[in-house]
Design a binder for this molecule. Structure first.
Ligand SMILES: [Zn+2]
Length: 199
């Protein structure tokens, strides 16, 4: 295989990039923006070396624990569970949650045997043994994957001694936090609903 084809094939690891798009991107990188491409290579190398996961909340960070987890002014008793690091930025912009976060780094795919390995369940359970968490707020998306993830979390967490709540249903059905307006998001936080405990 020649170097161009190899590059195009490597680009297919990106989400939603098929063979044709990968070839177009490879062409662009080599033909139109060699300087940008050099910079991209440098950034990828640096990020791969430096970015790891926060020991506590599992988000991307460059230290053992991230700034947010290290911030003692945050409410240590509330832990909000989100799917992706980007969800933290969105919830922070909504300015409603003063507690801490945990990032699953994925979601349960309901059509693929509800595979638990696609989310960081073990790390979450370890996290719950550390610190003073009293309330767990499930803030997964309101689409099929987010619902399946919330269901699994609910099943696991109801056996544990925490108050478990979920963002309220004011969120449009099928919606992802990423595309929800901040007012609606804040409202769904304040109206969050408790999830039933096992009798
Ligand atoms: Zn953290």
């Amino acid at each position: 295989m020649n170097a161009f084809d190899e590059l195009a094939q490597a680009l297919e690891i990106l989400p939603n990039i098929g063979t044709k798009s990968a070839q177009r991107i490879a062409y662009y990188l080599l033909q139109h923006n060699r300087e940008g491409t050099e910079h991209l290579i440098q950034c990828l190398e640096n990020a791969l070396k430096q970015v790891k996961h926060c020991r506590l909340c599992n988000t991307f960070c460059e230290h053992d624990i991230c700034d947010l987890c290290a911030d003692q002014t945050r409410d240590q008793s509330q832990l909000m569970i989100v799917q992706m690091p980007l969800d933290i930025s969105i919830l922070e912009s909504a300015n409603c949650h003063q507690g801490l976060y945990f990032v699953l780094m994925g979601s349960i795919q309901p059509l693929q045997n509800m595979d638990l390995n696609s989310i960081a369940i073990k790390k979450l359970l370890n996290r719950l043994h550390e610190g003073d968490v009293k309330e767990i707020i499930i803030a997964t998306n309101f689409n099929a994957e987010g619902e399946a993830t919330a269901f699994i979390l609910q099943e696991i967490l109801k056996k544990l001694p925490f108050k478990v709540t979920r963002l309220a249903r004011g969120m449009p059905l099928g919606s992802e936090l990423e595309y929800t307006d901040l007012g609606t998001l804040a409202q769904s936080f304040y109206e969050r609903t408790p999830i039933g405990k096992e009798k």
